[in-house]
Write a protein that binds this ligand. Structure first.
Ligand SMILES: [Zn+2]
Length: 406
């Protein structure tokens, strides 16, 4: 696989050569600069730029969550077979073993880890047995739709029944990946994209409501993924690292169309609880997320992989947490050994970043354990939540939805 540096060089994207403001910002030599680089301003590739902040401010280490926490959004298992973004096999591969996961959770005061991608059929049974049943209260597993059966004529009923079966087998909720809306097609991997509010899924949503199984739903992606990957894109490096994450300039629906289709599902299934992942999938626009929370009482959000977004707008975020303190769930998107995605790799450092953001008023710190901020070149600020809100966000809101005690 081509690495980021080769990719940037291949495109000739030494920043100074292309952007006027970049020339000014990046050509200034610092005492630490390699002399070779400083003597040729304008030739430093963006990928090689690793500025160190000279700001002297307080650094608070928060090693353990203030209250025992439940991480609503992790990925311990994945399907062994995916095609065009669609999980097709029930069998699971496991990214972390219980003992290594529990060691981190215990150090960080995280009581419970929710594995959203538990799959379906025999894969789900295995995941529940290996984690939830072996370590009661420490792991919960969600099921997923079996899109491989999508072409069967009675799919809507089969899928609803599969949810019932998963519930009896111990699944705590249903996870919807962005497969729905962005990958699933009429012939599963080919044909027209299937819409999020396609009526063939209505029995599935209703069954989740009847069984009190919350639906953790991921729809759309950061808004920058729907704009050109060019010098104006604030997530340029991330999109270069993962070109397949861009939904611009293909036959994909717009971000607004995806969210509208999602909202029609919420309106049509008021008795079903939806945990809208990644801060309602629009953390760049908390006014929009607030509007939707006001419109849909059956909607809650999690914080997964968006501490970088929340933390760069600390005052707006703090007001958001004050106002929706009963409807925000602590989640990280933690993935054991997911080193390719520093903003979601399951380790002590990742948890400490979230705790620092929630619990302190520290300024200008990294939102991911990485040399260069992986989602965009900015840093974050803590929002210093009071204990009453911390308790709700860390565990009580999720406990209520999952009907468990933490
Ligand atoms: Zn996730």
């Amino acid at each position: 696989m081509i690495n980021r540096r080769q990719w940037l060089r291949g495109l000739g994207l030494a920043l100074g050569a292309t952007a006027h403001t970049g020339t000014q910002a990046f050509a200034t030599p610092t005492p630490q600069t390699n002399p070779q680089e400083s003597s040729s301003p304008g030739r430093l590739a963006l990928a090689d730029y690793e500025p160190k902040s000279m700001l002297q401010v307080r650094e608070t280490r928060v090693e353990r969550a203030r209250f025992p926490a439940l991480d609503i959004h992790t990925h311990i298992s994945l399907s062994v077979k995916s095609e065009n973004g669609i999980e097709l096999a029930p069998e699971r591969k496991y990214l972390g073993q219980p003992a290594e996961l529990l060691a981190v959770l215990d150090r960080k005061n995280v009581r419970t880890m929710v594995n959203l991608t538990g799959g379906f059929d025999n894969g789900l049974v295995e995941a529940v047995t290996k984690y939830d049943k072996a370590f009661p209260g420490r792991f919960f597993t969600f099921t997923e739709p079996s899109y491989s059966k999508f072409l069967e004529p009675n799919y809507p009923r089969l899928q609803a029944e599969a949810i019932g079966q998963a519930h009896r087998g111990g699944a705590k909720g249903l996870k919807i990946l962005k497969t729905l809306g962005l990958y699933l097609r009429e012939n599963i991997t080919s044909g027209k994209l299937v819409k999020i509010d396609d009526p063939r899924f209505d029995p599935m949503w209703d069954t989740c409501g009847q069984l009190n199984m919350p639906v953790a739903i991921h729809v759309s992606d950061p808004i920058a993924f729907f704009t050109p990957t060019d010098r104006f894109n604030e997530r340029y490096e991330e999109l270069n690292n993962h070109p397949d994450w861009s939904f611009y300039d293909h036959e994909f629906p717009s971000n607004a169309e995806l969210l509208e289709a999602r909202n029609r599902v919420f309106a049509r299934h008021p008795k079903t609880q939806f945990i809208v992942l990644h801060v309602g999938n629009f953390s760049e626009n908390l006014a929009n997320v607030s509007d939707n929370l006001d419109r849909f009482p059956n909607m809650t959000v999690d914080t997964a992989a968006r501490v970088g977004e929340l933390g760069r707008q600390p005052r707006t975020s703090r007001r958001f947490f004050d106002r929706y303190q009963d409807r925000i769930l602590f989640g990280t998107d933690a993935t054991p050994h997911g080193d390719e995605f520093p903003q979601q790799v399951f380790n002590d450092k990742l948890y400490e970043i979230y705790f620092r953001f929630f619990e302190t008023d520290d300024e200008y710190f990294d939102y991911a354990p990485a040399k260069v901020p992986p989602q965009g070149r900015w840093r974050i600020y803590g929002i210093d939540l009071p204990e009453s809100i911390l308790h709700k966000v860390y565990s009580q809101n999720a406990a209520r939805l999952l009907q468990v005690t933490i």
